[in-house]
Design a protein around this ligand. Sequence first.
Ligand code: 4NP
Length: 154
Amino acid sequence: MRILFVCLGNICRSPAAEAVFEKLVCDAGLENRIEIDSAGTGGWHIGEQADPRMRSAARELGFKITSRGRQVTNTDFQNFDLIIAMDSSNFNNLLPLQTEDDRAKLIQFRELMTTQHIEGVPDPYYGGPEGFKEVLNILQEGCKELLNRVSSSL
Ligand code: 4NP
């Protein structure tokens, strides 16, 4: 099972989602069954480390973000089983890349939220430190549900 998280820049939300989900998957002993990656719809931060504000907020909660920025491609739709857009804008930007015979199912992260109902994972890039914590809080809830759903289909 291969899962790709997608946001705009691939330096805040999706690399954090990748790290949060990776930890849940490892803790469940499923790291050989589930592959995880992240990408951005935009190409401004290709090759860069994640935003230092997101890396430090994640580190405080025990999550290690190691990925480097990359831009999503249409081959991602052939190579992944599930592509998870962080918000509706990311989702709308991904739709045109998808073709009929692609393997990947495309969803929005908000579909994974069970208690907190959200429009999308809010972009923390232009805001203060609280925004990064809020993103991590949302990601932890949704990623737990994701693991529930994915592990029942393995
Ligand atoms: P992300 O946040 O989509 O969560 O990685 C952003 C990062 C960078 C930019 C926008 C959003 N940017 O415009 O460079």
